[in-house]
Design a protein around this ligand. Structure first.
Ligand code: TPP
Ligand code: MG
Length: 261
């Protein structure tokens, strides 16, 4: 189903369809990583790939690519979400099974989205954390410059969107970009911080999200916090549900990744 047909459905149908696509994309991403590490190269060195990082971003990327994006929009996908990005591209007919089977191999789908080495629809190369994020901001400023000079020839503004890892926010160039954005009246730029509480080899500092919120607010950004999914919200309204919510809210980041929530 194309996104125009999808958007013609009512809200519940749309959410059900997006959820079904996200499940397939996540399955395919996990299979791609499993295949690379255990089937294709059984007994050889570890190939790698990040299934948990895909799990926390599959619904976000599916909503973007199958429901939200317009042709003029551009996306920087956090590096560890590459398998789920490639999976969504595969479901859309823009990625081959051979390249997924050869994930992280020579000529295969890349570990991190790459404009030069991948053949699916990568807008920004993001392997070096932070760079793709800042690029979305500067791309928005460049777009304003191009429009101000009358060079867009009636084309609509694109939205420059980054899916950002919570630990990716450690990168200093992001903060330089934020200041430039503030100076130049940044618009048409969305950053979606995937607050999955984990990094490459560490746990995210407790309460870091409050610092993010204050920082974005001080640069004049509109902030929307999406914390609970619809299944969690349904569980909260059942008997004992509030105890579950309190447990999730109080759960230290150290324990959270082990909780199937
Ligand atoms: C400049 C740079 N430093 C370090 C790395 C190694 N690295 C890859 S992803 C990552 C952070 C992963 O954590 P997060 O951004 O929270 O993503 P998640 O795995 O949780 O999705 C790091 C440090 C890198 N790719 N680039
Ligand atoms: Mg993380």
């Amino acid at each position: 189903m194309d996104s125009a047909t999808l958007m013609g459905q009512n809200r519940d149908q749309r959410l059900r369809l997006l959820d079904a696509v996200a499940k397939r994309a996540l399955w395919l991403a996990c299979w791609t990583i499993h295949n690379a590490n255990h089937l294709r190269r059984a007994g050889e060195v570890k190939v790698g790939g990040h299934q948990a990082s895909c799990a926390s971003s599959a619904n976000i990327l599916t909503a973007l690519y199958c429901g939200i994006l317009r042709p003029e929009d551009r996306v920087a996908v956090k590096p560890h979400a590459a398998p789920v990005f490639h999976a969504i591209q595969y479901l859309a007919g823009r990625q081959t099974r051979e390249k997924l089977e050869n994930f992280r191999g020579f000529g295969g789908a890349q570990s991190y989205p790459s404009r030069t080495k991948d053949t699916d629809d990568v807008d920004f190369s993001t392997g070096s954390v932070g760079l793709g994020v800042a690029q979305t901001l500067f791309s928005s400023l460049v777009q304003d410059y191009v429009r101000a000079h009358g060079w867009l020839n009636g084309r609509p503004d694109g939205r420059m969107i980054a899916l950002v890892g919570d630990a990716e926010m450690d990168e200093g160039n992001i903060y330089e970009a934020l200041i430039e954005g503030w100076k130049h009246g940044l618009r048409n730029c969305w950053w979606i911080v995937d607050y999955n509480r984990q990094s490459l080899d560490a746990v995210v500092s407790e309460g870091l999200w409050k610092k993010f919120e204050q920082m974005f607010a001080s640069f004049g950004w509109d902030i929307v916090i999406l914390k609970y999914g619809h299944l969690q919200q349904a569980a909260f309204s059942e008997p004992g549900g509030l105890a579950l919510r309190d447990w999730i809210d109080g759960c230290p980041n150290q324990l959270y990744p082990g909780f199937p929530g």
